[in-house]
Design a protein around this ligand. Structure first.
Ligand code: HEM
Length: 364
């Protein structure tokens, strides 16, 4: 669609199909009081409401700097823009007196075995996930929001992403060449979303309609990966590179029927997809909605390609879903080819329900 409605029970950018372009930007809030934090949230609401709908920028006459950068032309286009605002555990420290309202599982992201986390590229008080059909729309929104919020928050880290078009069809591919996103819960199934994504009764009342928003910036060691033969690549993932089909079936969306292969003859027990989701009755509640992006950041200081995956998942329960699955993946063969270096745990705020409502109104 050309635009997604900004108002609703839940924020956009969660169940929304991934647009082609994205930016994940984490901020440290510099607002000095709870009142200033509320002002920041009002500003974020107002800018997001305008940018995601598009329209004519406010006229300020000819002697003041223009209200809009003009990057998208005289009319701001919506271009499928979604801006999803999430908060990190550090927002609930002593500064704003919010400690008692923290979502029950929210915390700084821990190091998992095989992680190489750069703490300067982790966590933050506030995360904006900005997605649109075109990258100039994302950049325009980033610039607009940065300008409007300068006095109240500062960028901590940023990772920009993109989605490849599906080739030849089906699901888009990640930068290892494999289809990524094939096995995902059905976002049109409200019952499934309420079991897997939206806050349950264990969360504070203000948090209803929100969800845990996990971001993991994972470098892929592509030079190394490209020297591995196809058979071995497919065994590590557990799916075929060309079609995305499970190694035990023929179509991308076929059931892999692990129960017919208890010893891992066709799909090894440690293959990424099987370890991530063994498809047993006991593992069903750890399923998660993923919404990943590829990133390519040029070269590192040694001249190696800096590219990989911005792994994104929305969870009802951080512990029961992401953390459980990440632990199951601790020693998968893929760990030799990837390097998680950044990201964090955040809580996507409930939606803005009507024109008088604003982001975090229930919290603040
Ligand atoms: C599935 C790649 C990181 C959880 C997949 C698939 C691929 C893939 C190719 C199969 C297609 C699909 O169903 O989407 C990767 C790569 C990663 C990565 C290259 C790192 C660079 C992670 C992480 C997690 C995760 C960090 C969670 C902790 C899953 C899950 C599935 C999956 C739950 C679906 C399994 C199923 O239901 O069959 N991944 N993944 N992945 N991945 Fe990953």
């Amino acid at each position: 669609p050309a635009s997604y409605p900004f108002e609703g029970e839940h924020q956009q950018g969660i169940l929304t199909p991934a647009q082609a372009s994205s930016a994940f930007i984490s901020f440290d809030v510099t607002a000095a009081s709870r009142g200033e934090l509320a002002d920041l949230m009002h500003t974020l609401t107002e800018r997001s409401r305008f940018l995601t709908a598009g329209g004519s920028p406010a006229s300020v006459g000819i002697t003041a700097p223009p209200s809009d950068s003009g990057v998208l032309g005289p009319q701001v286009v919506a271009d499928g823009l979604t801006i999803t605002t999430s908060v990190g555990a550090s927002l609930f420290d002593a500064r704003f007196g919010l400690a008692s309202k923290k979502p029950s599982k929210l915390r700084a992201m821990e190091d998992f075995p095989n992680d190489s986390l750069d703490r300067a590229r982790c966590d933050g008080d506030l995360l904006l996930q900005i997605c649109a059909h075109n990258s100039d729309t994302v950049i325009h929104a980033v610039r607009d929001i940065a300008r409007a919020t300068r006095g109240a928050m500062q960028v901590r880290w940023r990772q920009d992403g993109f989605v490849s078009p599906p080739r030849p069809s089906g699901t888009p591919r990640n930068l290892m060449g494999f289809k990524d996103g094939t096995s995902n819960p059905d976002v049109s199934d409200a019952a499934e979303m309420s079991d897997l994504v939206w806050a349950d009764a264990g969360e504070p009342a203000w948090a209803a309609g929100g969800t845990y928003h996990v971001v993991r910036a994972i470098r892929m060691l592509v030079e190394f990966w490209d020297r591995v033969n196809l058979h071995e690549q497919e065994s590590m993932i557990g799916r075929r590179r060309d079609s995305g089909a499970p190694l035990s079936a023929s179509g991308e969306f076929d059931d892999p029927h692990y129960e017919l292969d208890p010893t891992g003859e066709s799909v090894s027990l440690g293959a990424h997809v099987r370890a991530a989701n063994p498809r047993t009755p006991e593992s069903a509640s750890s399923r998660m909605l993923r919404r990943a992006y590829n990133y390519s950041g040029g070269l590192d200081s040694n001249g190696n390609l800096d590219m990989g995956l911005i792994f994104v998942t929305f969870n009802q329960d951080l512990e029961r879903q992401f953390v459980t699955v990440q632990k199951r993946l601790a020693d998968e063969p893929l760990v030799d080819y990837i390097k998680p270096f950044g990201g964090g745990y955040f809580y996507a705020l409930p939606g803005v329900t009507d024109s008088g409502d604003w982001l975090a109104s229930g919290l603040l």
